[in-house]
Design a protein around this ligand. Structure first.
Ligand code: PXP
Length: 237
């Protein structure tokens, strides 16, 4: 069965808006697990704009499923990951100005640095996934780094403006999945997947896990908002 990794970065984004401790990121992770999430995904960005060092330490200690740490290949972050020892590390590109991860990791261009990060993390028995575009050359480079898992970037498909564009990008993901699968790589996918566009990707046979964040946290606001208002009315009534 297809697994779901839930990215909780946006719970931390909401917390950072007030700089306090609410909403509690760990409680959110435990709620995701209780609802069936197969792993918890958190991105420790170099600028610590949402998830911070204390969060990942607590997540490591308290979650019962798997911790998938999204991270850049910056030496400081690789050092932290080696000492944290998440179950899995997903290597992503990172630019300080971006709103979210834009495009996959260019494993070809950064081959030496990616391979060094993969080796360092693997030596600590951390499973490595490379977040790459659905592109043959990137898949081949990923395999050469020694990583066993790739996560295909579904952003182009998710952001497609027309149905023909969407079909074209879906085909790209399908082809990339079957090629990577034929090379023996474990194939995951994510980015921009929501309640409208997820089904076509979920049907791709080779894909084992989807990692989804923004749409789930956004939907949670609407599923929970009425109850939150009712509870407050009760308290003040
Ligand atoms: N996978 C990776 C590697 C990501 O960088 C992100 C965004 O943090 C996601 C999945 C989740 O993307 P979204 O929040 O758009 O669902």
């Amino acid at each position: 069965m297809l697994k779901l990794g839930v990215n909780i970065d946006h719970v931390a984004t909401l917390r950072q808006a007030r700089g306090g401790s609410q909403p509690d990121v760990i409680k959110a992770a435990l709620a995701c697990e209780a609802a069936g999430a197969d792993s918890i995904v958190a991105h420790l960005r170099e600028d610590r704009r949402h998830i911070n060092d204390a969060d990942v330490k607590k997540l490591r200690r308290l979650i019962k499923t798997r911790l998938n740490l999204e991270m850049s290949i910056a030496p400081e972050i690789v050092r932290i990951a080696c000492s944290l020892r998440p179950d899995q590390a997903t290597l992503v590109p990172e630019r300080r100005q971006e709103l979210t991860t834009e495009g996959g990791l260019d494993t070809r261009k950064n081959f030496k640095r990616v391979k060094e990060a993969v080796s360092a993390l693997e030596a600590r028995k951390i499973e490595i996934s490379l977040f790459i575009d659905p592109d043959t050359k990137q898949i081949e480079a990923a395999l050469e780094t020694g990583a066993k898992i790739i996560e295909l970037h579904t952003g182009r498909y998710a952001n497609a403006k027309t149905s023909s564009e969407r079909r074209r990008y879906l085909l790209e993901i399908e082809n990339a999945s079957s090629y990577a699968g034929s090379l023996g790589l474990v194939v995951n996918a994510g980015h921009g997947l929501d309640y409208q566009n997820v089904s076509s990707v979920a049907r791709i046979g080779e894909i084992e896990e989807l990692n989804i964040g923004h749409s789930i946290i956004s939907r949670a606001v609407f599923i929970g908002l009425a109850r939150a208002v009712e509870e407050m009315k009760m308290l003040i009534g």
